[in-house]
Each structure stands twice: as structure tokens, then as C-alpha cells.
Write a protein that binds this ligand. Structure first.
Ligand code: FAD
Length: 321
């Protein structure tokens, strides 16, 4: 059965986030040969339409308004609902990001629809569209099919491969005018913590530190290694609680869920709440001086040793490559 599927393109600092391209790939599978329509919301997003098309959207609808400059649940849901009204899609795919996690349930409730959140894979099997998502903090996976109504899913970043970019792909871009009104929240100012380098939730390589780093300065060798590998630095809650780093770096059940190609855990014991956020990483390397540490149970490679000796050695070796 072919479907029309809408994909929300997520814009941050004037650029599309990678998860938008992954969502297009998921939408292509969901559409089963039907149409994939990219949706861009903001105050000057038209210029990004081409990129969505190059990654596989058949066409793009943009909604531009000064009131949509920053994300607000009210503003974005009015915009999305207007596109849904105009396009009458059979499927909706958002990223399972902070924005997607906030917006998707609100839209699902407005549409009286179900929502399959945090999808890590989807396929057509036995004539059904099958969505896979982790449960019990990543200890098991469940497979879901939608038997009736709208297919609405959020996809976890870094799990579904985007289509290859096709510079020559073309598609129609249209704009929809929406009267955004009655906003209950207005963003006056965005104050950002200075953060360097790669975005943690989309990083291909993460070097994470735990209580074993022992201090704020203890994170320096990890930052060096992350820099050489073009990766991001993450942390356990143990390290955040001890004030060695900011909570924005926390990975786990109550922090960020990440799925990088390579996760290097340094001085992290491997508590179940931490594993919930990283155990689906493609390759896990653990460095811990306790050979009995739980983290070694999920690690593909384990190094028993002092992180302050091992991490600089790794940095030196990777620098040579
Ligand atoms: P520790 O458990 O203290 O481990 C430190 C490790 O460092 C040890 O294994 C030690 O052997 C090793 N080490 C010490 N020195 C060195 C050295 N020089 N070289 C090498 N290794 C060394 N935790 C999270 O991470 N994320 C979450 O989202 C999260 N959510 C939670 C939610 C709830 C409701 C609860 C109750 C807890 C949550 N926790 C979370 C906390 C979790 O239970 C653990 O307390 C925490 O993960 C421990 O952090 P850690 O591994 O850094 O510290």
C-alpha cells in the first residue's frame, strides 16, 4: 500500500540536523513507494528545502513566520497541524530528539492517533511495516505494526541510515501561510552554554567519563581524545553529580540516549541507568581499573587499567593515523 508521509526537517542554528535525513529514509520505507513530503518550519528556512530534496524528499512545504523563529510547542503544533490539514498524510515521521519528543505526543493527541516513539529500525516484512524500538532501558526490543489509522513514529538519531545525497534530485517547494496565534510561551532570549565541537546526540564517536576521572581537570585527556577522533565528550551521572562536568553531557536513563559508532567509556562502572543510554552503541570500548566492573559486560573491547595512562596512549596512537 502506498502512502503520503510527512517528515519534519529539524533546523538548528540555520542548518538541518542529520536526523532529518535519517527521517526521510524512514519515511521512504513507510511510504512504500508513495510520496515523501518534507516540512520546514522557522523564520527563514526556505533555503534548506533543496537539501531535504537531495536526501530524498519528493517535495517540501515550508511555513515561515517570525513567531516560529524559535521552537515553541504551541507555534510548531499550529504549523504542523496546518500542513496535516492541507496534505492529509497517512504517515508522519519526526526525529526522536528533544524537539520531537516534545512535539510528537502533542500532535498525536490532537489527531487522536497512536505514536511509535524511539524507533531504531523499520522494515517491510510479511506484508507489514514493522517498527523496532527498545524497551526496558534497552534490554529488549519490541516490534510493532500499525493496524489502523495514521502511522506516526519518532526515530532515534544515528540508527537509520540516510539515503545517499543526490545533487541532481529536484522537487517542488511550496510555502503555506499559517496565522500563528495565541502563543502561551514566547522565547525572549536563548542563553547557551558554550559548547565546543560535535553535538553529543549525533556524534559518531563519544568519549565518556565517569566518577573515575576524579575532577573537572580529569576530563582534559578525554577531551583531547575526542578531539583527535572528531567526537564528543559525554559523562555518567556520577561525574555530573560530582560536579566534574555539566549535566548536558549526561548519558543514560535520565540523560541523553546515544548510539554512536564508537563509545569509549572511561572510569564508568556501568550502572544499569548508564547502560540504558549507551548500550546500543555499535562498538563499545571500556577502560576501567576494576576488572569486575559491570561495563565490561557490554563492552566489545575492555582495557583494565588506569584511564590517566590509557587515554593519553590512545590519543597518541590515533594521532599517528
Ligand atoms: P561509579 O559507579 O562510582 O564508577 C566509577 C568507576 O571508575 C569505577 O568502576 C572505578 O573502578 C572506575 N575508576 C576509578 N578510578 C579509575 C581510573 N583512574 N582509571 C580507570 N577506572 C577508574 N547514571 C548515569 O550515568 N546516567 C543516568 O542517566 C542515570 N540515571 C539514573 C536514574 C536514577 C533514577 C538513578 C537511581 C540513578 C541514575 N544514575 C544514572 C546513576 C547510576 O545508578 C550510577 O550511580 C552512576 O552511573 C555511576 O556513575 P559512575 O559509573 O561514573 O561512578
Amino acid at each position: 500500500m502506498t502512502r503520503k508521509v510527512l517528515v519534519l526537517g529539524e533546523v538548528r542554528d540555520g542548518s538541518l540536523r542529520n536526523v532529518s535525513f535519517e527521517a526521510i529514509a524512514a519515511a521512504k520505507t513507510t511510504a512504500e513507494g508513495g510520496e515523501v513530503v518534507g516540512v520546514l518550519i522557522g523564520n527563514s528556512v526556505n533555503a534548506l528545502s533543496g537539501e531535504l530534496i537531495q536526501f530524498g524528499a519528493d517535495r517540501v512545504v515550508t511555513i515561515e513566520d517570525e513567531k516560529l523563529k524559535q521552537y515553541t510547542p504551541d507555534g510548531y503544533s499550529q504549523a504542523i497541524m496546518a500542513v496535516i490539514d492541507a496534505e492529509k498524510p497517512e504517515g508522519l515521521i519526526f526525529g526522536h530528539t528533544a524537539l520531537g519528543k516534545d512535539l510528537a505526543p502533542k500532535i498525536a493527541a490532537k489527531l487522536n492517533s497512536g505514536l511509535i516513539s524511539d524507533v531504531t529500525a523499520l522494515e517491510v516484512a510479511g506484508g507489514n511495516l514493522v517498527f523496532t524500538r527498545p524497551i526496558y532501558s534497552g534490554k529488549a526490543f519490541e516490534k510493532k505494526i500499525v493496524t489502523d489509522g495514521l502511522i506516526f513514529a519518532t526515530i532515534r538519531p544515528n540508527n537509520i541510515s540516510p539515503l545517499e545525497k543526490g545533487e541532481s534530485r529536484t522537487g517542488e517547494v511550496s510555502s503555506l501561510s499559517v496565522d500563528i496565534k495565541d502563543l502561551r510561551t514566547i522565547i525572549k532570549e536563548v542563553v547557551r552554554k558554550a559548547s565546543e565541537g560535535v553535538d553529543l546526540s549525533e556524534a559518531k564517536v563519544i568519549v565518556a567519563g565517569g566518577r573515575g576521572v576524579k575532577s573537572e581537570e580529569g576530563f582534559s585527556p578525554l577531551q583531547e581524545l575526542a578531539k583527535v577522533l572528531n567526537g564528543a565528550v559525554g559523562a555518567s551521572r556520577g561525574a555530573c553529580d560530582a560536579d566534574y562536568c555539566d549535566y548536558s553531557l549526561q548519558i543514560g536513563q535520565t540523560g541523553k540516549v546515544v548510539t554512536p559508532d564508537l563509545y569509549i567509556a572511561c572510569g564508568i562502572s556501568g550502572a544499569i541507568q548508564h547502560l540504558a543510554g549507551m548500550s546500543n552503541s555499535k562498538v563499545i570500548v571500556a577502560i576501567n581499573k576494576d576488572p569486575e566492573a559491570n561495563i565490561f559486560k557490554v563492552a566489545d573491547y575492555g582495557i583494565v587499567g588506569d584511564l590517566f595512562e590509557v587515554v593519553p596512549m590512545l590519543t597518541e596512537e590515533f594521532r599517528k593515523l
